[in-house]
Design a binder for this molecule. Structure first.
Ligand code: PBG
Length: 337
């Protein structure tokens, strides 16, 4: 028996790299510069109210934003995305496009405190309407449309007004999130008409009707008062529909695409990345994905640091260029050692 002959058999070998070589050939590198941090802003003074279902995430009053923005920028996080809680809600969501609305105030405060921090604003109606839906609702019982149906085209005019008022306040990027047909084109035209051609649009192109938004609705105080968002958000069972939605937004001139949520939709991220390599792709690692890790970590069931970095790396590996994540500040700290 000649045992040494085994070593002569040509066979594929697993890579056995030293740690230096392993880091040299690593395919995906996570950086603080990949992160976009969400902020919730409400009226009042001296408010830093932790959200019950999202430990470590707060609603801030505008006066608290200077310190927060400085901390975020110091961690190397280049951008924030803002969500507002208005003082009053009505059928049209009027505060959404008021020049002294909560978001308009917040944008001015952040841009004057930290001019280099990019401010992205979420443009949608659901946080501002008394019914909590993302558009104007049909109340005409004589119309052929069901009562409570989101009226697409009347909603577009409002979204354009909202986007313009955010940009006038100093927003750097507009992120329409309502999945209203035509929203990108209408906002692009409104911005161009007002000489804001240089402001990019990040469309929530592929947004699923997901139960993972649960904690966000606590944070933004925006649950729908009746029904759900399944008429305009996507069915979790579909992926070809995602490609169609992305292609529509590309046709209307979006500058960046988004897939939301992230974790249960990594295949969708990958498909959109392959279909549109010409555009930056953003993944939204949503509230429920954050809260799941927080809850498990609080019970001592998971190693939060390891699981979070693994999750964010997986999202980037699947095709995301940038990640909106509530873990941005902690992950930036962990990454800097
Ligand atoms: C809509 C909006 C939602 C989220 C971001 N923008 C809620 C929804 O679509 O119902 C959810 C994000 C999260 O869960 O973190 N303005």
């Amino acid at each position: 028996m000649k045992t040494e002959s085994h070593s002569l058999i040509a066979r594929p070998r697993r890579l056995r790299f030293t740690s230096t070589l392993r880091s040299m050939v690593r395919e995906t590198e996570l950086n603080a510069a990949d992160f976009i941090y969400p902020l919730f802003i409400r009226h009042g003074e001296n408010i830093r109210a932790e959200i019950r279902s999202m430990p470590g995430i707060y609603q801030f009053s505008v006066d608290q934003l200077t310190a927060e923005a400085k901390e975020i920028a110091a961690l190397g996080i280049p951008a924030v995305i803002l969500f507002g809680i208005p003082s009053e809600k009505d059928a049209l969501g009027s505060e959404n496009f008021a020049s002294d609305g909560i978001i308009q105030q917040a944008v001015r405060a952040i841009k004057s405190a930290v001019p280099d921090l990019l401010v992205i604003t979420d443009v949608c109606m659901c946080e501002y309407t008394d019914h909590g839906h993302c558009g104007i609702i049909n109340t005409d019982s004589h119309s052929h449309l069901p009562e409570g149906y989101v009226l697409n085209d009347p909603t577009l005019d409002i979204l354009a007004r909202v986007a313009l008022s955010h940009v006038e306040a100093g927003a750097d990027i507009i992120a329409p999130s309502g999945m209203i047909d035509g929203m990108v084109g209408v906002i692009r035209a409104a911005l161009d008409d007002a000489e804001f051609q240089h402001i990019p649009i990040l469309s929530y192109s592929v947004k699923y009707a997901s139960a993972f938004y649960g904690p966000f609705r606590d944070a933004a105080e925006s649950p729908p008062k009746f029904g759900d968002r399944r008429t305009h958000q996507m069915d979790p069972a579909n992926v070809r529909e995602a490609l169609r939605e992305a292609a529509l937004d590309v046709g209307e001139g979006t500058d960046m695409l988004m897939v939301k949520p992230a974790l249960p939709y990594l295949d969708v991220l990958q498909r959109v990345h392959v279909a549109h390599p010409e555009l930056p792709l953003v993944a939204y690692n949503v509230s429920g994905e954050y809260s799941m890790i927080k809850a498990a970590a609080a019970n001592g069931w998971l190693d939060e640091r390891a699981v979070t970095l693994e999750t964010l790396t997986g999202i980037k590996r699947a095709g995301a260029d940038l990640i909106i994540t509530y873990h941005a500040k902690e992950a930036a700290c962990w990454l800097s050692g």
